[in-house]
Design a protein around this ligand. Structure first.
Ligand SMILES: [Zn+2]
Length: 195
């Protein structure tokens, strides 16, 4: 736009927070393949090692106060090793005998799984241990947001979603459609399905 306001890339709020040292304890540093822009994204639970309460032997869960977990190898033991993290079990209740809940070593809240992320707050190689909430982890299902299959699902049952969500889904569908049309135009012709 000639003479208009100068456009300046602002970046997203999450990347800003990470670069300012106000992001979660773990993040992934990314570079956009096409534009070369640097940004940060949340770490996925699938990218972390996990210790789940359900996988702890029942006898341990019933009788012990906690265990030592080695995130690198996934080993669990009763001996605290230099590379291990002590994960305490939440107290037993009348209803809950086993599996017990785990106590997050960082925020001390009861949780079902404790995770070890391979990245530090700026995306550097590191080991950060904690629950999903205090590491700010995300789930793959959440990242489907704004993808064409997410949009299709929203528009299939529009009554289940807010007007804002429906509008965003329509934008996603329109965006993908115009990209497809653009690609087809670049290809010059459409291959016939059957010869
Ligand atoms: Zn925590």
């Amino acid at each position: 736009m000639k003479g208009g306001r100068k456009y300046k890339a602002q970046g997203d709020a999450f990347s800003h927070a990470v670069h300012a040292g106000q992001g979660p304890r773990t993040a992934v540093a990314c570079t956009h393949a096409r534009t070369g822009r640097h940004y940060a994204r949340r770490v996925n639970v699938d990218e972390c090692r996990a210790l789940s309460a359900g996988t702890i032997p029942t006898t341990w869960a019933r009788t012990l106060p906690g265990l030592a977990w080695v995130p690198g190898s996934g080993a669990i033991s009763l001996d605290v090793l230099p590379e291990s993290v002590w994960v305490a079990f939440a107290p037993l209740t009348a209803r809950r005998t086993a599996p017990r809940r785990l106590i997050c070593p960082h925020c001390t809240r009861p949780c079902r799984s404790v995770y070890a992320s391979p990245y530090g707050p700026q995306g550097q190689p590191d080991e950060q241990v904690g629950c999903r909430a205090c590491l700010g982890l995300t789930h793959p299902a959440r990242q489907r947001h704004k993808c064409p299959d997410w949009a299709a699902q929203v528009l299939e049952h529009p009554q289940n979603h807010s007007p804002t969500t429906r509008r965003r889904a329509l934008q996603v569908i329109n965006g993908s459609a115009s990209r497809i049309l653009h690609a087809v135009r670049l290809a010059g012709h459409i291959e016939p399905l059957e010869k």
